[in-house]
Design a binder for this molecule. Structure first.
Ligand code: CU
Ligand code: ZN
Length: 186
């Protein structure tokens, strides 16, 4: 828990920026700061907003990556401690489904598909999913990890999408203020 709290305080500025874009602060928000792994230069962040329609919006921004298509997943363990991020385990799969595309009904909870990186090494992805929540429960993204991969996810190879090394990793934590869930990490 101490690590979560440190991450939260370091990220207060990120949050303030995200909230400034909305007309009102979202009720339930979590985020992850993505750090380099596997000797990459990748950094980034992911913001999770639980919407009133029951879906969760995921907004990811990446920099320092190679141009092209890169797999992006939620992995099952909120542990980025290994130099190659293997400590984060496999894809988050509470549903017990095969690996698939984010547009497929039967997929891992953590299957976010791919993110496109431009010639400047930067890219962003916004996706809404009905297989992740910020609220506690079997589909909760809090305490999991965001992984950015070396290669494209082919959206079919089991169970990984053949996306290669783990170039970026970030543990998902609840945001520090503005929602009731934040009390749980204090
Ligand atoms: Cu992955
Ligand atoms: Zn998967």
């Amino acid at each position: 828990m101490k690590r979560s709290i440190q991450a939260l305080s370091a990220l207060a500025a990120v949050l303030a920026g995200a909230w400034a874009c909305a007309s009102a602060p979202p009720d339930k928000t979590a985020l992850a700061i993505i750090e380099s792994r596997s000797n990459s230069t990748v950094t980034g962040k992911a913001i999770f907003m639980q919407l009133s329609n029951g879906k969760t919006r995921v907004e990811v921004t990446i920099s320092g990556a190679t141009p092209g298509t890169h797999g992006l997943h939620i992995h099952e363990k909120g542990d980025c401690s290994a130099p190659d991020a293997t400590s984060a385990g496999g894809h988050f799969n509470a549903a017990g489904n095969p690996h698939a595309a984010p547009t497929d009904a039967k997929r891992h909870n953590g299957d976010l598909g791919n993110i496109e990186i431009g010639s400047d090494g930067k890219g962003s992805l916004t996706i809404e999913t009905d297989m992740l929540t910020v609220d506690p429960g079997p589909d909760s993204v809090v305490g999991k990890a965001v992984i950015f991969h070396e290669k494209a996810d082919d959206l079919k190879t089991q169970p990984t999408g053949n996306a290669g090394a783990r170039w970026g990793c970030g543990v998902v934590v609840l945001t520090p203020t503005g929602n009731a869930n934040a009390q749980k990490v204090r």
